[in-house]
Design a protein around this ligand. Sequence first.
Ligand code: ZN
Length: 110
Amino acid sequence: MSDSTAVLLRRRQALVKKLAGLEPLILRGSLIERYKRCGHPGCKCQQGQGHGPKFYLSVSQSGSRPEMDYVPEEYSQQVSDYLLNFQAVRQLLEKICNINRALLRRRVKF
Ligand SMILES: [Zn+2]
């Protein structure tokens, strides 16, 4: 049994609503942690893994090297959340597209 057109339209409406809430809260890329040695003679970082973690947002651009943006620690959680939101937005778009495809097959105006 496939869902009725009314059900599909209602489901799409709910997805669009979720999407609208997330749309401004997205970032694409990945959050990278780095530890750095400062180079000061005698600093404890010479022995250990280095100072850090320092966070960077790495965004790959087609055809060129990834761009790295430094992320202050107090923003790292937000950036992490926004990256997850981007995945969620992608999934919502995919679901909306699937519904629209179903509507197209039914020759429903959508
Ligand atoms: Zn150091």
